[in-house]
Ligand binder design. Structure first.
Ligand SMILES: *[C@@H]1O[C@H](CO)[C@@H](O)[C@H](O)[C@H]1NC(C)=O
Ligand SMILES: *[C@@H]1O[C@H](CO)[C@@H](O)[C@H](O)[C@H]1NC(C)=O
Ligand SMILES: *[C@@H]1O[C@H](CO)[C@@H](O)[C@H](O)[C@H]1NC(C)=O
Ligand SMILES: *[C@@H]1O[C@H](CO)[C@@H](O)[C@H](O)[C@H]1NC(C)=O
Ligand SMILES: *[C@@H]1O[C@H](CO)[C@@H](O)[C@H](O)[C@H]1NC(C)=O
Length: 414
């Protein structure tokens, strides 16, 4: 699956001062984007209106937010819906629309509320002395004005700018080619880190294509999936009964509406459409990209310095390496980036032949990891700085094909 010659790669260049903005006519209020909709609607219709702007009904997680929302609407309404739904009178059973927790952390219910005889939806009163207090209301029968909420993002002329990232559609490709193409655009195949992002991405993709989409996660030896862009794996929509495969797709096609938004394993070489995701307000560099074409006499990269993006292999790969081999590979990237090394194939003598990753440019640097034996699935590791020394030492009498790995720059999204 590896490409023989490595295309040009650009690294993300954080030269622009990022300007926080709100899209879709929303207003920046206390660190997020709000928009007031004066026409009274029932709760579901209000939700749908927000959704048409990629937004949710407003959530209120602390007293500062509560005051900010009340002040934002001011005298324009006597109450507004918010994005909270209570299953019973216990606030720990009131769930926020953003999928992130319950009203247990903070609430401002009027004494005696939530009162689900009145309804399971929640509104904020903006009237007189009860202003800022929360009440239960009938989701279907009550109509109220409402406020929608969007995360802030950064100024960028991309067309799909959400929560600090730009999302762009690309036609079907296998995982490796898709990832390379996204890295050309200073991004990575989309990672999905919250219910809101899942909803956003799930609504965006069908505007371009009617099939399912591949997403930016791969199976690792740690017995879990992980995001290729390095984001933490703490949200997923995978059906637990599904078989393990190396890549993931998301149901976005309309012919399976019931499963829409869920994820399922696929083999990485199948071609799917995809979204690239990159930080908003960031430019790809103007300077020429670094080209890494290993000299034909040394296609493995053994004993050379590789500016990522690049490929390294054990000598002679995919044929067996020699019984005694000693190779150093110094992987580097630009100053503020880390090196991610992803092994796609790995087979060495478990007892004698080791690949060692150092967190720096010499064998005196701390060891990140030491690998030997057989790995069924691709796996990766990252440096904490902009260089990683990889050594391969073999001392066995048996035939093993060794390894092939891709070094790339690792972009933190924090
Ligand atoms: C969810 O809530 C936690 C704690 O309130 C917060 O730290 C985190 O950023 C939230 N996540 C999202 C995706 O909003
Ligand atoms: C790499 O360098 C080491 C140390 O100089 C040397 O022993 C080894 O033979 C070299 N490997 C190759 C494949 O040239
Ligand atoms: C890198 O390797 C170390 C040692 O095996 C492991 O603890 C760590 O989780 C790995 N990191 C990643 C990102 O896989
Ligand atoms: C290779 O392994 C053999 C047997 O385990 C050991 O005697 C020998 O010293 C090793 N050689 C090197 C260069 O590590
Ligand atoms: C390594 O291979 C060479 C020839 O390929 C052979 O002569 C030599 O005995 C082998 N070394 C060991 C330790 O098996």
């Amino acid at each position: 699956m590896l490409l023989k010659s490595i295309p040009l790669f650009f690294l993300v260049h954080y030269s622009l001062a990022k300007t926080p903005i709100c899209t879709n006519g929303f207003t920046l209020v206390n660190g997020r984007c709000l928009r007031y909709f004066p026409n009274a609607r029932n709760h579901r219709a209000a939700e749908n209106s927000c959704f048409s702007y990629d937004a949710t009904l407003v959530t209120v997680k602390n007293s500062i937010d509560n005051r900010a929302v009340s002040t934002f609407v001011g005298n324009a309404a006597s109450s507004i819906w918010m994005g909270l739904f209570c299953f019973n009178m216990d606030v720990t059973n009131c769930l926020w629309d953003d999928g992130n927790g319950t009203a247990q952390g903070y609430n401002n219910f009027m004494n005696g509320s939530p009162q689900i005889e009145s309804g399971k939806c929640v509104y904020i009163s903006l009237m007189g002395s009860s202003s800022g207090r929360w009440y239960s209301g009938n989701c279907d029968l009550d109509s109220r004005p409402f406020v929608c909420e969007l995360p802030i993002t950064f100024e960028d002329d991309c067309s799909n700018n959400y929560n600090g990232f730009c999302y762009s559609y690309n036609p079907p490709a296998s995982f490796v080619r898709a990832q390379q193409n996204c890295e050309n655009q200073c991004g990575s195949i989309v990672s999905i880190l919250s219910p809101n992002e899942n909803r956003y991405v799930g609504a965006l993709f069908p505007r371009y294509e009617s099939n399912d989409m591949i997403i930016g996660a791969t199976w690792t030896t740690k017995d879990t999936y992980s995001w290729f862009d390095g984001s933490p794996w703490n949200f997923n929509q995978i059906n637990p009964a599904s078989p393990k495969k190396n890549c993931l797709a998301m149901v976005t096609s309309l012919n399976d509406a019931s499963a829409s938004g869920s994820w399922y394993p696929i083999v990485c070489y199948s071609a799917y459409g995809y979204l690239c995701k990159r930080p908003a307000g960031v430019q790809c560099p103007q300077y020429p990209p670094v080209t890494v074409t290993p000299a034909p006499s040394n296609p493995s990269g053994c004993n050379s310095t590789i500016m990522s993006f690049g490929t390294i292999t054990s000598p002679n790969f995919p044929m067996n390496y020699n019984n005694i081999t000693s190779c150093n590979y110094l992987l580097t990237t630009l100053g503020s980036y880390n090196v991610m090394l992803k092994f796609n194939k790995f087979y060495t003598d478990m007892k004698n032949d080791f690949v060692t990753l150092y967190d720096g440019d010499s064998t005196k640097s701390p060891v990140i990891a030491k690998y030997s034996g057989y790995y069924e699935w691709p796996f990766f590791n990252v440096s904490t700085g902009n260089s990683m020394l990889v050594t391969f030492r073999s001392n066995s009498t048996f035939g093993y094909y060794g390894f092939t790995a891709i070094a790339s720059s690792y972009v933190h999204h924090d």
